[in-house]
Write a protein that binds this ligand. Sequence first.
Ligand SMILES: CC(C)=CCC[C@@H](C)[C@H]1CC[C@H]2C3=C(CC[C@]12C)[C@@]1(C)CC[C@H](O)C[C@@H]1CC3
Ligand SMILES: C[S@@+](CC[C@H](N)C(=O)[O-])C[C@H]1O[C@@H](n2cnc3c(N)ncnc32)[C@H](O)[C@@H]1O
Length: 377
Amino acid sequence: MSAEETTELRQRQANFSKELHGDHVGERTGMSALISKDKTAQQEAVAKYLRLWDGKTDKDAEQKRLEDYNESTHSYYNVVTDFYEYGWGSSFHFCRFYKGENFQAAMARHEHYLAHMADIKEGDLVLDVGCGVGGPAREIARFTNCNIIGLNNNDYQIEKAKWYAKNAGLQDHLQFVKGDFMNLEFEPNTFDKVYAIEATCHAPSLEKCYEQIYKVLKPGGTFAVYEWVMTDKYDENNEEHRKVCYEIELGDGIPKMFTVDVARDALKNCGFEVVVDKDLADNNDQVPWYYPLTGEWKYVQTLSDIGTFFRTSYFGRKFTNLMVSTMEKVGLAPQGSVKVTAALEEAAVGLVAGGRTKLFTPMMLFVARKPLDTTEN
Ligand SMILES: CC(C)=CCC[C@@H](C)[C@H]1CC[C@H]2C3=C(CC[C@]12C)[C@@]1(C)CC[C@H](O)C[C@@H]1CC3
Ligand SMILES: C[S@@+](CC[C@H](N)C(=O)[O-])C[C@H]1O[C@@H](n2cnc3c(N)ncnc32)[C@H](O)[C@@H]1O
């Protein structure tokens, strides 16, 4: 894409975001934000997200989704962000759970662990690739006292991230900028550390995305990522496997799920030294990472988790779907909202199936180092 085309796309997306979400985006979240959307723009956003997910899994259909990655992901997050915040909170990722540990503590620990593995230190300049509404950035800035630039291609989330950072008094440590991780516009060798949490799976090519990260990282710097991948168990010619993979792609706005081998090779091909390569979901945890989506009460750890667990569970999702459907019928929620809850339901079903069978992991941890001497690459 040329520089003019990029500027034009950004302007168009920014204008659309204003039209859809209005001003003062931080003040409303969840259902309250949903009912305040511009109804026509919401229908357009839902159509833009779903138009290429028409049930087809052939190469041609996949190619179209790969080419459209920027617009479809932008549209996906335009329509799911309110649901994510309502059901999950402001960190949009999974985590491991220990017995007795509540949901928020487990999520924060998962973020601290990545900061630790990335060796983030006080005063470091850090890039958060695909930062969502800034939940992890706020936690990691507090944990390490570093400075973070959060990069995101969704205007709505950027506005929310800025609002939350200011509200938390962290505006001197955090900046949020619009950008595409397939084309990072920072000067080469800018960042001490880079991390990405469950975001780069939206890339049409992991290698091209990691190349960009390699470019902006300082020599000797560390990149740590929780990657979404299909595991070694996945066989794309197995119909059952492909079904689970497609549910995850459709419901999570991912043009194509790559395998763990593709991700590992992509890092190496860019010149990274891979120092940690570990699937954190492949262990004997007593409480599985996907438990909130299962509806199995036996896993709920503390009373404080009951609300979150209800909203994320099977019955809670049915309840939300019914509520949204009624709101849509009476004209409170914009048309298209039910289609979004249906797509999120597919996500939940696919993620639990992928988790139970270990065909999929949302926490493939790679810690990769850019060599000090990069003349050979
Ligand atoms: C899309 C990527 C790469 C990461 C997001 C991971 C998770 C935070 C989401 C994946 C599926 C989402 C669902 C919900 C919240 C956020 C996720 C767990 C809901 C529970 C939100 C409330 C809705 O009523 C149901 C959703 C099901 C899926
Ligand atoms: C599942 S969310 C994770 C957000 C955040 N890392 C967290 O854990 O809360 C994925 C994020 O990647 C961002 N994203 C997707 N494609 C992108 C792209 N091409 N360039 C920049 N950000 C992108 C989305 O807008 C979204 O904020």
